[in-house]
Design a protein around this ligand. Structure first.
Ligand code: PLP
Length: 394
């Protein structure tokens, strides 16, 4: 006799919820609306990268790459990050290429945590962290950033560090708030990591998307943090290549050895022709990154102006490509109801804020995330719809 799914499926899988971010993309297609939901650019990647991947295919790069990554790519990453982090990263022993930052993070968690270990994250958080910590059999300790300022509550953070804490994940620039952690904040976290022997796992996927001259600080570059930091990033956001699924994780040799074993059995390796082409991306000069910042600043400012006109409060992003805005003024009972209204009446899809918050957060239903990694014409079309439908009459 066929068993019901809750008995056929594992306890772990039954605890996972479908990703709301990916679901909103499907809903946007179904309703035929403008999608300001998922963090996926709707414009092409740099032309040099398309040429580089064609070249790789012409050269018959079709078989598995070295498990921990194409040698040239690891060398290019070593060059880029040895400068950024301020110490030499050995491409042979300290850098692993993965299937996106997503795989880098799950491989890292499986490689360093034991069942029952606690992993601290900041709330609002990128939704994947909850699922990934669960998959690694660890326990989430969520520390709220104080909204709307997104400041750290130092006392709460300090009290979350105990002998059970194995790691803390810091996502800077942050999704969904756009907060960029300052050197003082990172130093505070680093000091706690040192004191309690906790690993600092970073998610720096938005490292090059920064505004208003705010500087990104690489946590591994802080003094004495080299051995306790695991640095994660990837191609997806900086080079508009979310579909290529190339990321990387950098850590000392001992941790890297463990991550590489997990990575090997999870995926064998990231796509070989795309790794070849990724060398071109990672080797771009400063001009490229300056242009990324310029183009995204224009898009951010356009969306902020749109939200200002309808008097929707938000945290002004210092980095990444999202705006986390408050929707309480529209009087919907839940952010899912707000989403339904956006899909059916306004014609713009956004991500409900509860995706990034714990269910017991008293303001779990008060936010929505808008993404501005879109062509200007998409943002202009969204503005029309938002201004027509969301302006509250005084
Ligand atoms: N980390 C954060 C904070 C993200 O926002 C995203 C994608 O939205 C990812 C990781 C996924 O990165 P990748 O495409 O490299 O797996």
């Amino acid at each position: 006799m066929q068993k019901p799914p809750e008995q056929t499926n594992s306890i772990k899988a039954n605890q996972l919820k479908e990703s709301m971010i990916r679901e909103v993309s499907r809903m946007a297609v179904k309703h035929g609306v403008i999608n300001l939901g998922q963090g996926v650019p709707d414009f092409p990647c740099p032309v040099e990268l398309k040429e580089a991947v064609s070249q790789a295919l012409d050269n018959d790069i079709n078989q598995y790459a070295v498990t921990w990554g194409d040698r040239n790519l690891r060398e290019a990453l070593s060059k880029k990050y040895s400068t950024a982090l301020g110490f030499y990263l050995d491409p042979e022993t300290e850098i692993t290429v993965t299937c996106g930052a997503t795989e880098a993070l799950i491989a890292t968690l499986i490689a360093v945590v034991n069942p029952g270990d606690e992993v601290i994250i900041f709330e609002p958080f990128y939704e994947n962290y909850l699922a990934q910590i669960l998959l690694a059999d660890a326990i989430v300790r969520s520390i709220p950033l104080q909204l709307p300022s997104a400041e750290i509550d130092h006392d709460k953070l300090q009290s979350a560090f105990t002998e059970k804490t194995k790691a803390i994940i810091v996502n800077t620039p942050n999704n969904p708030t756009g907060k960029v952690f300052s050197v003082t904040e990172l130093q505070f976290i680093a000091d706690l990591c040192q004191r309690y022997g906790v690993l600092l796992i970073t998610d720096e996927i938005y490292e090059h998307i920064l505004f208003d001259n705010v500087q990104h600080v690489y946590p591994a570059s802080l003094s004495d943090m080299r051995d306790s930091t695991i640095t994660i990033s990837g191609l997806s956001k900086t080079y508009s290549l979310t579909g290529w699924r190339i990321g990387w994780v950098m850590a000392n040799k001992k941790i890297t050895d463990s991550i590489r074993k997990v990575h090997d059995f999870l995926t064998i390796g990231a796509p070989a022709p795309l790794q070849k082409a990724a060398v071109t991306a990672v080797s771009f000069g400063q001009n490229y990154y300056q242009e990324v910042t310029r183009v995204y600043a224009e898009r951010r400012n356009h969306l902020l102006e749109t939200l200002d006109y309808i008097a929707m409060p938000y945290f002004k992003p210092q980095g990444a490509y999202y705006v986390f805005a408050e929707i309480s003024q529209y009087g919907y009972k839940s952010d899912l109801e707000f989403l339904r209204f956006m899909l059916t009446k306004v014609g713009v899809a956004v991500i409900p804020g509860s995706t990034f918050l714990c269910p017991d957060n008293p303001k779990a239903n008060s936010y929505a995330r808008f993404c501005f990694s879109r062509k200007m014409e998409t943002l202009k079309a969204a503005r029309e719809k938002l201004w027509q439908n969301l302006k509250i009459q005084a």
